[in-house]
Design a protein around this ligand. Structure first.
Ligand SMILES: [Ca+2]
Ligand SMILES: [Ca+2]
Ligand SMILES: [Ca+2]
Ligand SMILES: [Ca+2]
Length: 276
């Protein structure tokens, strides 16, 4: 009995001490420190690239929140991300990795990426890095690089960069057409793809189903009729490698057939089909 009372007293005192501690936090005058590790200063990005920011944020007590801003050549400043730190983790040292995309129609030029970090007592600090955002005309090889270096492309095309059989190509086109990402190709998705891939004038490219959407089997039959796979398979080995695949897309998007994709030939289609 005696023992239990002592234990109780001890726990009680401990609880009071803990409460006391919380009510009487010593002031923290030190703002977090931020080190942006990537991208390097003045790195160039295409307006359709995914942009990855990496930063290390430390605080003597606790990093509470980090906000990422992008400030453009027109002086606009928009928030691209906000990271609230989970207090359960070791929040004195945070390695951040944030991926974002330029909004469609963004001005080309120098942008400043700003990382703002706040600790639990609202001490705030900021660090920034400039990047160079460009929207050039793209030749076929540059377009291939632009697509394949970004992870969003391989998320839409099956096989993770390896060559595609005709059936795998059909499945990949199905994913690309399904821009709503719901597993169905509805009529409006079919119609949009028809225009964007320059198929309006093809009498072989047509289906009508009011209710169920386009089936994979129907799509494969249509693709065979318009010879996408055959025409894109330049070395006739019955496989499409990535260069043949992106070259095929390039050919369908080059509306004025001048051998380059201008910004207005690639940007909005990239947002429609690939950029998350
Ligand atoms: Ca602090
Ligand atoms: Ca859909
Ligand atoms: Ca081939
Ligand atoms: Ca063109």
């Amino acid at each position: 009995m005696e023992k239990i009372n002592w234990l109780f007293l001890f726990l009680f005192a401990f609880a009071i001490a803990a409460c006391d501690d919380e009510d009487d936090v010593a002031p923290d005058a030190d703002a977090p420190e931020i080190a942006i590790t990537s991208p390097a200063v003045n790195t160039s990005f295409l307006v359709i690239d995914e942009i990855e920011l990496r930063a290390n944020v430390t605080d003597n007590r606790e990093v509470e929140q980090v906000r990422i801003y992008l400030s453009g050549p027109d002086g606009d400043r928009r928030q691209v991300d906000e990271v609230n730190i989970d207090f359960v983790n070791d929040s004195r040292n945070e390695n951040l990795k944030v991926t974002f995309y330029m909004a469609e129609g963004s001005a080309a030029g120098i942008y400043t990426m700003i990382v703002e970090a706040q600790d639990e007592q609202q001490n705030t600090s900021e660090s920034a890095v400039n990047i160079n955002v460009q929207a050039p005309d793209l030749e076929k090889v540059a377009f291939n690089t632009a697509l394949t270096k970004n992870t969003f492309f391989r998320k839409r095309v099956i096989n993770n960069g390896a060559s595609l059989t005709e059936g795998e190509f059909g499945t990949s086109v199905f994913h690309i057409m399904d821009r709503g990402h719901d597993g169905y190709v509805e009529n409006n998705e079919f119609d949009k793809f028809t225009v964007d891939f320059d198929l309006e004038t093809s009498s072989d490219w047509y289906y009508y189903d009011e209710f169920d959407g386009l089936s994979l089997g129907t799509l494969n039959a249509l693709l065979r009729k318009v010879k996408f796979f055959d025409d894109w398979d330049l070395d006739n080995n019955n496989l499409l490698n990535e260069a043949e695949l992106t070259g095929g897309i390039f050919g369908r998007w080059d509306d004025n057939e001048d051998g380059v994709l201008s910004r207005n030939e690639y940007e909005s289609k990239m947002h429609t089909y690939f950029i998350p």
